[in-house]
Design a protein around this ligand. Sequence first.
Ligand code: BGC
Length: 627
Amino acid sequence: MKHLHAILLGACAVVMTACAPSASDDIHLQLSADNIDSVLADMTLYEKTSLLVGAGWGSMFEGLHIPFTHGHRVPGAAGESRAIKRLGIPSIVFSDGPAGLRLKQKGATAFPAAIALASSGDTALVREVGRAIGEEAQAAGVDVMLMPGMNIIRNPLGGRNYEYFSEDVALSSSMASAIVRGVQSAGVGACVKHYALNNQETNRFRNDVQVDSLTMHNIYLENFRRTIEDTEPWCVMASYNSVNGTVVQENTYLLTDVLRGQWGYEGVVLTDWQRHTRPAEKIAAGVDLLMPGMERRINRIYRNVQQGKLSEERLDEAVECMLQLIVKTHTFRGDGGQAYDTLAHAALARRAGAAGCVLLKNANNTLPLPQEVKNIALLGVHSYRLICGGTGSGFVNSAHRVSLDSGLTAAGYSLDPELRRVYEQYAGTRKAVRKVSGMGIVSKYMGQPSYNEMDIQDEMLRAAIDRADIAIVTVGRQSGEGKDNRLEKGYFYLSDTEQDLLRRTSAMAHEQGKRMVVVLNIANVMEVASWRDWADAILLVWCPGQEGGLAVADVLSGAVPPTGKLPVTFPVRYEDVPSSANFPLVTSGDKDVHYTRYAEGENIGHLYFDKHPEVPVAYAFGFGLTY
Ligand code: BGC
């Protein structure tokens, strides 16, 4: 305690010296887009350092009174920078995330996950989605959206794959560019993330990626290069992991030599939200803003400059970048807060949800549902609790979510009432709910739960199929920040209950000359080869956003023909994917040293399978049927 007290007193002493009024306090120079140099020249060392450290976790966890935090401007936003009132420098607000604006208050539109947007392949549509997200951000007082997530999907088990676009560099970067253009056309900054080689969640704060130079440049950096050069995003987020032994946030090669030197990037580089140590080393390597920030980091940077360990020239560069960013924002210009058309955004989310659906199988033209189909045996708990988006920072706290049962009902179909009753009852019980994957901190704006599949007795199943014209079964998988998917039943593979449900439904339906459609409401690639023969049609809908039920019903009914194409390969076996030999971790003899060797080199996704036709895939990259 004594020790803590001493540290606090020490810190205060530094702050007090640092805060000593400058000679020019009485000049009242106020920041404008034309006087950045003069403002910079007028700033005290303390003011400069404070501009490079965010205002704390306060805005995200407001109400919890976490010490050293004082951000409160937009509840639920991920963070904000510090204001310097003397110079008219406002604090600006940063918010997640890829599928829409994530705030504490309900109401933002939850768009389909990035992997679904990529399946649409439609850059104009994706740009529109970006624009809509930007409009919602400025309305809420948010200046920079922490999106798009654009890491390459290296392995089918990556926990945040659904927040990313593709295994393919060209598709990933074109989608990312489209969404950045959209967001920024609304006068809101985009922050591309997570630069770089952040392709897994296991050990996410400390994993060291060991990768050869060609693979790094041709695949993982090339993806970012294209978007960054094409669109000049206002911000780039430096990821948590290390690359070849150096923490990315302290990696001069990646942040300065490549990003700024080779690609000419002039915007702000900010850190991902943890790994707060060694702030001066981060600034020296090329970071301009430490997020979400802690008061004591200011003092650390300040001391490093005073002691000559961090050059004032580098500090000034970072401050200038921050000022250039700030003058572009709505907060600075005072022209945010414009209303937007909620209904138009919902309609766009529905359109994008349908455009992201990929028809994987359609034997004997099972889909679109024929005219004579009126009664549906709707099975699978996620039919009644559709997973619209992932958990953690990828979640959007939308005002509503349309599940598949509601979507089909709205499209005029009759659903079996007995099934609806038992599923609703089941979903209301505790044991049905799976833990929200990933995040340790579970709160109401961290994500939708997912469910263990319910066991339906033969008698009930047969009776429902008897009464129906067709059976539709939804298989659901949630995913999110903090955890990779598991190579286990119930995760990458069907659980026993799911397998049993599909097998029996298929058999009972076929006995009566009826058909079974499977809806894959999944955040990630899963094993399909062992069970797909049971299904007459398979529609992959990913996490289709808040209007998901309506969007999927549009495709099932034929109101919108499916046009989506796979942005990732569905392998027959997980082991067929070259990175599977090196995912997620290798632990050396030292228990604190973990690394992932990207030994597969450039053999990522279809680049490998295209070269190896002897290795069959379940569904190839780019595959997708239509009506
Ligand atoms: C995530 C980022 C996110 C940030 C702020 C981090 O833990 O990795 O993607 O933008 O939190 O919520």
